[in-house]
Write a new protein. Sequence first.
Length: 565
Amino acid sequence: MLPPAFAGSAARITLREESMIVNRRNFLGSIIAAGAVGLVAPRSSRAAESTIEILINEPIGKILPDIYSHFIEHLGGVIYDGIWVGEKSRVPNIGGIRRDLVEHLKKIKPGAMRWPGGCFADQYDWRDGIGPRDKRPRRVNFWADTTYKITDSYKQLNTGPQKYEPNWFGTNEFMQFCRLTGAQPYFAANVRSLKVKDFIDWVEYCNAPAGLTSLSDQRAAAGDKDPYNISFWGVGNENWGCGGDMTPEEYATEFRRFTAWLPTYGVKLKLIGSGPNGGDLGWTRRFFTKLMEKGQRMAERMYGWALHYYTGTTGKGNALDYTLDEWYDLIARSDRMESLITQHWQVMGEFDTQRRVKLIVDEWGAWHLQDASLPPGYLYGYPATLRDALISAINLDTFQRHADKVVMANPAQLINTIHSLFLAYEDKFIVTPNYHVFEMYAAHQGAQAVRAEFISPRVSFTRADKPADFWGLGGSASLNGKELTLTAVQPDAKNARETEVNVRGARVMEARARVLSATDIHAHNSFTNPRGLEPRDEKVNVGSSGQLVYRFQPASVTRLQLTLG
Ligand code: AHR
């Protein structure tokens, strides 16, 4: 659940590296094989130290816009102040929802929006959040008073919506937020502390046509006559932990009970199972063993199996203050997502032989310590830096390389906590470097992911007084008609990477670059310097026969857009 103590992660990086070596062997094998039948274009020069080979005739899968989904929870400053400021607020708002947030979010084309948690979801009664706002009950927020160890300052909060949940932001307000931003709603149902009947009622409240039932009439009376037609329903959250400390067998039984014979109201429900904590393959294996006791058709019940993995912070845990070795350490460890996807996917395939269930990564990101300068209510809040931006890019590239397996991913969380895209405090509002990565990468949405191989010198650093190293250039590519989008992370903070970019099977006619980088690896935005770090566009020269040599800047995220002939 919380940022782990990161023992063991180094070993997993090795796995990824091994898989890259294997991929490259296969890749080189295929190049040699292709060359033998004359398919390989003659290479320009071999001067560049690095090479990217893009194989446009090797599609992986469509990059669903839902890979660009988000997550909001009633935790710290996410909902209250972050999103909901209230209709009478001096903060510009649309029906109580922060206007700046809506406008920025629309620009990055959000996929789904997961709500109300997180751990909060398994203690939330959706009925508390409907009806006239001034009549809704006030409850103690899950995060403000739990037996789990939360920061002392949060526990000492005396008042405010972060402590006493006022339920001003409930189902109807969440739906309004989704409509304003274009996001697809994704509800997380309470499995730990409510009953199946409550889940069925929530589906009815949301999806039954007005006039059909008392619950749908209540929705209509609140102003929403048309049914919400919610497809995405999460069945609990982290049920191995805050969602009930269940065993995988217990959760599989609950999953079956919660998803049996659900009313659909004509909507194709996409039910999402509460998947593993990072590398817990046992959770996946034992869950599916138990689920399938009722037969293969049980796999039809589940749209996605939701993995959670946070890259836990390094060193002192400070989001802004880290050494160069800590920069490399965290970036290298974020690459663990690659092996988590392949390993869980393999186990799922042992049971779901027809591959009906896909992977969802509905909580990911880098998790540092709360910034002491923020008000105590802003639990787990801190400014993201260039380092976090690289981690965003590595994760998005990983999901895209596995576009055949991953159908949704949601960084935790949208605003004011953990790996956020925005920071807000009363009337102050800024975007973080993570936002810039989402904006740069939006060009991939809906495109066909294609195979790309990155070959470059490794980066060396010191981890726990021992020499360590990892890949020096990584990324992903996608094709949309004649437009090829290549995104790449260059982690080396000191040296640029001169790279030959070869597109196998087409000629590059034109290229444009957008780059997020800085000479200071701690670069970030703040309320006093909101544009401290932002991407810049660059012209790129393409040789007369389509050759492209590009110099990736140190410590950078780059998007290259290539028009093919
Ligand atoms: O994102 C914060 C918390 O982290 C979520 O509530 C929980 O699901 C995870 O442990």
